[in-house]
Design a protein around this ligand. Structure first.
Ligand code: GAP
Length: 449
């Protein structure tokens, strides 16, 4: 199991419509990818699984979908304007630009020269003009993390939901980073999606909650189909912590290019809510107090029993959707040499297509109409996409659906017309069984339950 190289995954993704290079017909732009018909389903299923576990299966987390364009003041106070940088170096020989911390032996990977400039900080945030005149005075950033708009909406959410500590706000959405060297397919890109939770807790209980969320998030990835042998926890060293973090544990996954971060779980203390809060002097804030603060709001909670306002601490599990997709594709990839097929053994809830209904002969009206009806009835159950696969070649149809991870192929053949049964083929075992059409809906629902 698992792909042996990234190239195998890239090739499958293109061949079967998971992921394409973006802007490809004009030569492409580095670090941008588009999700095709299968990719968008897989990605949506992953996000839905996260949302379900965060929002629907709990009562202490609310959802949010905030704007991408972000006021500079927000990212000034969050510390991103000043510190969200990577060290940039130029090769004086070939003029290529690199991230200093990713170079081996201070050598240009392009021309092998060691004649490089001194590293200088390069801010990763994208900017865009707001309004009709682009004179540099009115601009916004494309958010580099979804988290900040969770913090700025903190008061809106507690006022509209009456939440008390501990509670969380979760969001899934795009984030943008002008990476110096995007690389490794969808692992490090310039436009990506994050699934982020900000879980607000009483100061003093933060370390206990941090451990709790690390366990929950590790087990969630296992539930999505990641094998324990391919995932591990890594405690980020103090010197490598983000400016807002007191402690961070990364969930590391064995990607085809190496062991790298899939998700980070940080103890952000009261840094962000503190930085965005007016009249900070009233509070005992761990965060560095920012200058020129202009926030109009107190992002704090009133503790009735203690008769005081406190700024909560925040535990933040932050996962990359694209890295999740890459890890799951890699886990599921199986070169079944014995049966001359590639199989994507995704967990059924993540599979882009739940069932393919295949009429044995593409021009036989009776078979095709029956297949169409079965597709419609199963689709109505609402567990995800069901497809009518009318290519006329059963062997090719099975192969295609093995490669995109469809758990069930339902074939309508001439026996169906005689005794009202269809064949159900299981992706992983390749075993086939005949099931009466009247039992199909309950068989299908039970399978995905
Ligand atoms: N709010 C905290 C935060 O943004 P981060 O470690 O910078 O923390 C969180 O990012 C997650 O976002 C990472 O674990 C990774 O999965 C994903 N991510 C970050 N940069 C990325 C990039 N350039 N391309 C793809 N995913 C990225």
């Amino acid at each position: 199991m698992t792909a042996s190289t990234m190239d195998e995954l890239v090739s499958l993704c293109k061949r079967r419509g998971f992921i394409f290079q973006s802007n490809d017909i004009y030569g492409g732009i580095k670090g941008l990818y588009d999700y095709g018909p299968m990719g968008v389903e897989l990605k949506n299923n992953l996000k839905q699984s996260w949302w379900k576990s965060m929002i629907y299966e709990r009562d202490d987390i609310e959802g949010l979908d905030a704007s991408i364009l972000t006021a500079p003041a927000v990212l000034k106070h969050s510390g991103h304007e000043d510190t969200f940088t990577d060290p940039l170096v130029d090769c004086k020989s070939c003029k290529a630009r690199w991230r200093d911390d990713q170079l081996e032996n201070n050598t240009c990977p392009n021309c092998k020269s060691t004649d490089l400039t001194e590293p200088r900080p390069f801010n990763l945030m994208f900017k865009t003009a707001i309004g009709p005149v682009d004179d540099g005075t009115s601009f916004a950033y494309l958010r580099p993390e979804t988290a900040q708009q969770i913090f700025t909406n903190f008061k809106n959410v507690i006022d509209s939901t009456n939440k008390s500590l501990p509670f969380g706000i979760a969001q899934i959405g795009k984030a943008f980073r002008n990476e110096i060297t995007p690389r490794n397919f969808i692992f490090r890109v310039r436009e990506f999606e994050q699934m982020e939770l900000e879980f607000f807790v009483d100061p003093g209980t933060d370390e206990k909650w941090h451990k709790h969320w690390v366990d929950l998030r590790y087990n969630w990835w296992i539930d999505q189909g990641i094998k324990k042998a391919n995932i591990e926890l890594y405690t980020v060293e103090k010197k490598d912590l983000s400016h807002y973090s007191k402690a961070t544990i990364d969930i590391m996954y064995k990607f085809p290019h190496g062991n790298e971060e899939l998700e980070g779980i940080a103890n952000r203390t009261d840094f962000d809510l503190g930085s965005h809060t007016k009249n900070q002097d009233e509070f005992d804030i761990t965060a560095k107090v920012m200058e020129n603060k202009k926030s109009t709001t107190k992002l704090a909670i009133h503790k009735l029993e203690e008769k005081k306002w406190i700024i909560p601490f925040v535990i933040e599990p932050s996962a990359g959707v694209d890295r999740g997709v890459l890890a799951l594709l890699n886990e599921a990839y199986f070169n079944d040499v014995q049966n001359s097929r590639i199989v994507l053994a995704l967990k059924p809830h993540l599979s882009p297509i739940k069932a393919a209904v295949i009429p044995l002969k593409r021009n036989n009206e009776e078979l095709v109409n029956l297949a169409k009806k079965i597709k419609k009835d199963l689709q109505k159950i609402g567990l995800g996409r069901v497809i009518l696969e009318n290519s006329g070649n059963i062997g090719k149809s099975y192969r295609r659906h093995d490669e995109v991870g469809t758990p069930l192929c339902i074939t309508v053949d001439f026996e169906t017309l005689e005794n009202n049964t269809v064949t159900i083929r299981d992706r992983d075992t390749m075993k086939q069984q005949r099931v009466n059409i009247d039992m199909l809906e309950s068989y299908y629902s039970k399978y995905f339950d």
